[in-house]
Design a protein around this ligand. Structure first.
Ligand SMILES: [Ca+2]
Length: 280
């Protein structure tokens, strides 16, 4: 997987000014996700009448593009975009993203931040079961559950405005009741993220991402700078240089050509940029 690091101009200058470039990169990795290089993301359970697309958005918090999720007028419509992982919930301390609700009355549905988990951990055959207790109706069934952070349950959604959500400081609900070793997580009840970490110390996250629907018909919502445990995904229409200035000040190291290949140096990047005569 190719990893591109996109810095703000100020950070780029700071990075060049210091020898400790690698340390800075490690602290804040950004992966640019484009229609031709989706970096491992997939549309998961998106229904045929819904869509996940990359769009231009001049107000996007990162770059000039964003990811857009659209549902049809049907209550069964659903748009989802997920990325695989294999990470213990206890080790996941940094979760955040930006959202924007473009359309869809009332202003309550931004894309949810989802963590698809095995709340009691993983066995050779899949998710570990719920802790089996005598007379416990949840005993003996899978501990598979999707944890959902919903912006409207963690603040007020403002239409047509980019909003930042500090997800690991917020509340999640689970799609299934699961008896973890530290206690019972009841379906659809809100829990602080850190409480779920404490109650389900064996939990393993195997997918993360965004979702809108079902029961969110006719919504158009966006997300950008999706941060999963310190890796930020910047959704963009392209990762190619615009004009030659994009290549300067180390910019060439973060960009790719139309084949998603990295540039070897600044000159090669400038040749590929618009207005150079040597680009596309
Ligand atoms: Ca972006």
């Amino acid at each position: 997987m190719r990893i591109a690091k996109r810095f703000s101009p100020a950070l780029t200058l700071a990075a060049i000014a210091t020898v400790a470039l690698s340390a800075i990169v490690a602290a804040a990795t950004t992966i640019v996700v484009t229609p031709t290089n989706e970096q491992g993301w997939s549309r998961a359970e998106t229904t045929a009448d819904a869509s996940v697309t990359f769009v231009a958005d001049a107000a996007a918090p990162g770059g000039e593009g964003a990811l857009q999720l659209t549902t049809s007028a049907s209550t069964s419509s659903r748009a989802q975009y997920l990325h695989r992982t294999n990470t213990e919930l206890a080790d996941i301390t940094e979760l955040s993203y930006y959202t924007k609700q473009v359309a869809g009355p009332p202003a309550v549905a931004d894309p949810a931040y989802q963590l698809v988990t095995c709340l009691n951990g993983v066995t050779a055959t899949g998710c570990a079961l719920n802790a089996l207790l005598p007379g416990d109706p949840t005993g003996g069934v899978t501990s598979f559950a999707t944890l959902n952070f919903e912006p409207y349950q963690n603040g007020a959604i403002v239409s047509n405005t980019w909003q930042y959500w500090d997800v690991d400081a917020g509340l999640f609900w689970s799609t299934r009741t699961v008896r973890c070793s530290g206690g019972l997580i009841v379906q659809r009840v809100l829990y602080p993220y850190t409480t779920i970490q404490t109650m389900c110390p064996e939990a393993v996250v195997f997918q993360f991402g965004v979702n809108v629907g079902t029961f969110n018909p006719a919504y158009v919502v966006r997300t950008d700078l999706f941060n999963f445990n310190g890796t930020t995904y910047d959704f963009e229409l392209t990762n190619e240089p615009g004009d030659k200035d994009d290549c300067k000040d180390g910019g060439w190291m973060t960009l790719t050509d139309d084949q998603n290949e990295s540039f070897k140096n600044q000159g090669q990047c400038i040749k590929h940029s618009k207005g150079s005569g040597g680009g596309e």
